[in-house]
Design a protein around this ligand. Structure first.
Ligand code: GLV
Ligand code: GLV
Length: 328
């Protein structure tokens, strides 16, 4: 039997590629940046499976261009806002993601951003590099305490819970708001479920952990910044467009909040001449929260397993749209 045809939209860690090559006739886009739209539309023709990244827009047009034999789209990410899942479901295409493996790695990084912003680590490094370090200074680069401060977690999914667990070790008070108010989830970490306004008003650190959906798009905007403490620090390691970047710029500039630490931005990548980067009170990282060697390797084998299971007509371990199987 001919091997199923698949396209992999970027070089992923070798362990995953090896699995894909063993089972499939696979072509891999080897560019450092994502395949351009025209290339992707050309490459998907006649595919049985696609291994995509969060940087690829996988919409109805692309699915139709691929053709009715397309069985599975395996996303190399926990988030799948880049895929039109409803369109895939309507066409009987399985969509999978890589949840779980990156939870602790991403929570580690969100906590890293929190601490780096609180203690101004990036500014401090810039200061040393610039040759400004003359002596020990009583008021040099004063930051804010993390221990015993209040952390507000927006979205108590796996990663939000990971943040709550880490916060316990720093004796923080933890509040959370969850659109689905998973009350039982917070209780085990001594976290308190509150409404969004209370969380914004009472938190020293606000950390975003919801997926990007039409409901969460710009859910943190001008109105929300006004409710926050002027000393508050915003952390976003979820998806850029959850935070309105123009409102964030104004809030940081006008002192409505003190600091922001972002691993995700709108747009992404954030151009080097973007106005946010002119501010002193911001840290921006290039979407690396899940980027540990071990986790990115696990994500690769997981995406490959999902892809292969889908191609074999089995239920992929991390199926986003189980309705596809139920309707068969
Ligand atoms: C990374 O942002 C992911 O969704 O896995
Ligand atoms: C992702 O793993 C989440 O549920 O936060």
């Amino acid at each position: 039997m001919a091997k199923p045809k698949v396209y992999v939209t970027r070089i992923i860690p070798q362990a995953g590629l090896d699995m894909v090559h063993a089972f499939c006739e696979a072509e891999v886009w080897e560019g450092e940046t994502p395949p351009p739209r025209e290339v992707l539309l050309e490459k998907v023709r006649g595919l049985d499976g696609l291994l995509s990244l969060l940087t690829d827009t996988i919409d109805a047009e692309l699915m139709d261009t691929a053709g009715p034999q397309l069985k599975v789209i395996a996303n190399y990410a926990v988030g799948y806002d880049n895929i039109d899942v409803a369109a895939a479901t309507a066409r009987g295409i399985l969509v999978t993601n890589t949840p779980g493996v990156l939870t602790d790695t991403t929570a580690d990084f969100a906590f890293t951003l929190l601490m780096a912003a609180a203690r101004r680590v990036v500014e401090a490094m810039d200061y040393v590099r610039a040759g400004k370090w003359l002596t020990w200074g009583p008021t040099l680069l004063l930051g804010r305490d993390v221990h015993h401060a209040t952390l507000g977690i927006i979205g108590m999914g796996r990663i939000g819970q990971g943040m709550a667990r880490r916060a316990q070790g720093f004796d923080m008070r933890v509040l959370y708001y969850d659109p689905y108010c998973r009350r039982e989830k917070g209780a085990e970490f001594g976290a308190e479920c509150v409404d969004l306004d209370t969380l914004l008003a009472e938190s020293d650190f606000v950390s975003v952990h919801v997926p990007l959906t039409p409901e969460t798009h710009h859910m943190i905007g001008a109105e929300q910044f006004k409710r926050m403490k002027p000393t508050a620090i915003l952390i976003n390691s979820a998806r850029g467009p959850i935070v309105d970047p123009d409102a964030l710029y104004e809030a940081l500039k006008n002192g409505d909040i003190a600091y922001a630490a972002l691993d995700v931005t709108e747009p992404e990548p954030l151009p080097a001449d973007h106005k946010l980067l002119t501010l002193p009170n911001i840290i921006v990282c290039p979407h690396i929260a899940s980027a540990s060697i071990a986790t990115r390797t696990k994500m690769a084998t997981m995406a490959a397993e999902n892809l292969i299971a889908g191609l074999k007509g089995e239920r992929p371990p991390n199926l986003v749209n189980p309705e596809v199987l139920e309707s068969k």
